[in-house]
Ligand binder design. Structure first.
Ligand code: BG6
Length: 513
C-alpha cells in the first residue's frame, strides 16, 4: 500500500511539505541586468506582475533594473508598466500595480562601472530598510554571456554576493550557457567562483512549461504508460520544436549559433531526458538531476553523421499569407552565412530500456507552423488477423505530448470504420488542457522566477547537464562546420529534403503536426 495516509512506512527523504498550499515567496527583491532587452520586456517583467497579481510575491517585493539608459526610477517604472499592459497574462489591476510600482528602482551604468555598482549596493540596502526585503536578493543576468564575468566580478567586489546571516543571494543565468563544451566550462568557472552551486539558477524555460512537467506526471503517476515505455514496444521517438517565426531582430545573437545550439542543446535534450529517464526516487532537484544526467550520459551519436543529421537555411517564402525574406536577406546577416536555421539529428540512448530505439530531434525557424511535441511512436502489432486491405490506412500507434500550442496529449490507435465489413483506420483520442482544467496555465517564467525566489532548484539544469549536452552536440556542429553549407528550404515549408531523407533511410517519416 503506498497511500501516504495509510502506509506504515515513512520515507524521510520525501519532502513533507503539503504541495497543495500556495507557494508564496518570502521577503525579497529581484535585480535584472539587461532590462532593455526583449526577454525582459516580453517575459520577465510581465511574469513578475503576474506573480504579484496571483498574490505570490511578498508585499514589500522590489524590482531593480540595471542598464545604461539615462532613466530615473519613474522612467523605468513606466517601461515595466507598458510591458505589463502589453504582455502580462493576468488582468491589469490598479491596486496590484500600485503596490508593485512602489518597489521599482533603476540604477544606471554599464557593466564595469564601479560607481553604478556602489549605487546598486546602496539601493539594495535602502530597499532592505524601506521595503523590508531583509537582504534577500536574486540577480537575473539577462545579458550576453560575454558580460557575465564583468557583472559577477562587480557584484563580488561590491559586497553584493555575501548575504548577511540568515539572508540569501542568488544568481539567475539565462542561456546560452556557452557555445560549446569549452566555453560552457569557462562560464561555469566564472559563476561558481563567486556563487555556491545551490545559489545558481540556470534557466531553461522549457522546464517551466506546465506541459513539460506533465511528462513526468503522465509517466510516473499512472500505471498504463510505463509498461510499454521501452524498446519492446516503442519503435522510435520524435521530438519536434517548429517555429513559424524567423530570427526577428536577433541577428547578432543567432548568426554563428544556429538552430542546433540555440534550441537542441538545451530545450530538446531536456525533453529527451524527461522522456527517457527512469523514475526518480523523489522530485527533489538532486534525484531528478541524477536521472536526467544518466540519460544524457547514455546518449550515443550515430556513426554516419552525414546520413543521420540534416540542416537547412530558409529561403524566401510565405508565412501566414505574408511574403517573408530568406535568412541571408535578413537584416545584419552576412550573405555568405552558413548558419543553419533548421537542424535534425538522430540519437540513440544506450540503456536496457532504450537500446535500438532512435530518438529523432528536429527544430527549425520559418517552418509551416508553431508546434512543439514529443511523439512516442509504437511498434506495429506483432500479428494482424485482418486482410491486408483492411489495414491499409492503419499506421503505428502513437502517444503525442503536445507541449504547445493546443496543449494536451493525443493517443493514436486503430479503429474499425463504421459500416464496413472490417476496415481499420487511425483515430485520435484527445486530452486538451482547456477541456479538463478551467484555470489557464502560468507562463514558464512565472514558475521559474517564483522558484528562484523560493530557492527551489528542481526545474533548473545543473552545470553537469549543460556540459553533458554540449558533449553530445559539439561533434555534430563541428562536423557540419567542416562540411560545407546547409541545404535550403523555402520559408513556410517543413524543412530541407535532406531531413526527410534522413528518416526515409530508416524506413520512417516525420509527423506533420
Ligand atoms: C529560445 C530560443 O530559447 O526559445 C528562441 O533562443 C526560440 O530562438 C524560443 O524562439 C522559443 O520559445 P517558446 O517558449 O516560444 O517555444
Amino acid at each position: 500500500m503506498s497511500d501516504d495516509a495509510t502506509s506504515v512506512f515513512v520515507n524521510p527523504l520525501r519532502d513533507p511539505q503539503d504541495r497543495r498550499l500556495p507557494r508564496i515567496a518570502g521577503p525579497c527583491g529581484l535585480v535584472i541586468f539587461g532590462v532593455t532587452g526583449d526577454l525582459s520586456r516580453k517575459k520577465l517583467m510581465p511574469a513578475v506582475y503576474d506573480l504579484a497579481s496571483r498574490g505570490l510575491l511578498p508585499p514589500g517585493f522590489s524590482l531593480v533594473g540595471y542598464a545604461r539608459r539615462d532613466w530615473a526610477d519613474q522612467d523605468f517604472a513606466q517601461v515595466v508598466h507598458d510591458s505589463v499592459k502589453e504582455h502580462a497574462r493576468t488582468e491589469f489591476r490598479e491596486e496590484v500595480w500600485k503596490q508593485l510600482a512602489e518597489g521599482i528602482r533603476f540604477v544606471q551604468g554599464d557593466f564595469s562601472d564601479d560607481v553604478a555598482f556602489d549605487q546598486l549596493r546602496q539601493t539594495i540596502l535602502d530597499l532592505d530598510r524601506v521595503r523590508g526585503t531583509r537582504g534577500n536578493h536574486a540577480f537575473y543576468l539577462s545579458i550576453p554571456p560575454r558580460f557575465f564575468s564583468d557583472v559577477i566580478g562587480q557584484l563580488k567586489e561590491h559586497g553584493l554576493t555575501d548575504p548577511k546571516p540568515g539572508a540569501w543571494r542568488r544568481v539567475v543565468v539565462e542561456k546560452p550557457f556557452g557555445s560549446n563544451l569549452e566555453t560552457a566550462r569557462e562560464l561555469n568557472a566564472i559563476v561558481s567562483e563567486v556563487f555556491p552551486p545551490d545559489s545558481v539558477f540556470r534557466i531553461d524555460h522549457y522546464l517551466g512549461k506546465e506541459t513539460v512537467q506533465n511528462i513526468l506526471a503522465m509517466r510516473f503517476a499512472n500505471a498504463m504508460f510505463e509498461p510499454v515505455w521501452n524498446a519492446n514496444y516503442v519503435d522510435h521517438v520524435q521530438i519536434t520544436m517548429a517555429e513559424d517565426i524567423g530570427i526577428g531582430g536577433r541577428a547578432g545573437y543567432y548568426d554563428g549559433i544556429g538552430a542546433a545550439r540555440d534550441v537542441i542543446q538545451n530545450h530538446l535534450l531536456q525533453l529527451l531526458a524527461l522522456t527517457a529517464m527512469e523514475e526518480p526516487t523523489s522530485f527533489d532537484a538532486k534525484s531528478l538531476r541524477i536521472e536526467k544526467q544518466k540519460v544524457l550520459e547514455s546518449v550515443v551519436l550515430p556513426r554516419r553523421l552525414d546520413l543521420a543529421t540534416a540542416r537547412g537555411q530558409y529561403t524566401e517564402g510565405w508565412s501566414g499569407g505574408v511574403k517573408v525574406p530568406g535568412y541571408l536577406e535578413e537584416e545584419d546577416i552576412p550573405g555568405s552565412s552558413h548558419t543553419e536555421t533548421y537542424a535534425a539529428i538522430t540519437l540513440g540512448v544506450e540503456t536496457r530500456r532504450w537500446a535500438g530505439v532512435p530518438f529523432y530531434l528536429r527544430h527549425g525557424k520559418r517552418l509551416g507552423r508553431r508546434v512543439t511535441e514529443v511523439a512516442v511512436v509504437f511498434k506495429r502489432a506483432p500479428h494482424l488477423p485482418f486482410s491486408a486491405t483492411a489495414t491499409e490506412e492503419l499506421t503505428q500507434n502513437a502517444l503525442v505530448i503536445r507541449v504547445q500550442p493546443d496543449e494536451g496529449v493525443t493517443m493514436r490507435f486503430g479503429s474499425k470504420v463504421p459500416g464496413t465489413a472490417m476496415e481499420i483506420r487511425d483515430v485520435n483520442m484527445d486530452f486538451a488542457y482547456g477541456g479538463s482544467f478551467t484555470e489557464s496555465s502560468p507562463e514558464a517564467y512565472e514558475r521559474l522566477i517564483l522558484d528562484v525566489l523560493l530557492g527551489e532548484p528542481p526545474l533548473f539544469p545543473r552545470h553537469e547537464e549543460v556540459e553533458q549536452s554540449w558533449k553530445i552536440l559539439d561533434p555534430i556542429v563541428d562536423y557540419w562546420a567542416e562540411h560545407g553549407k546547409p541545404d535550403t528550404y523555402e520559408a513556410g515549408t517543413w524543412g530541407p529534403a535532406s531531413a526527410d531523407k534522413m528518416l526515409a533511410r530508416d524506413g520512417r517519416v516525420w509527423r506533420r503536426p
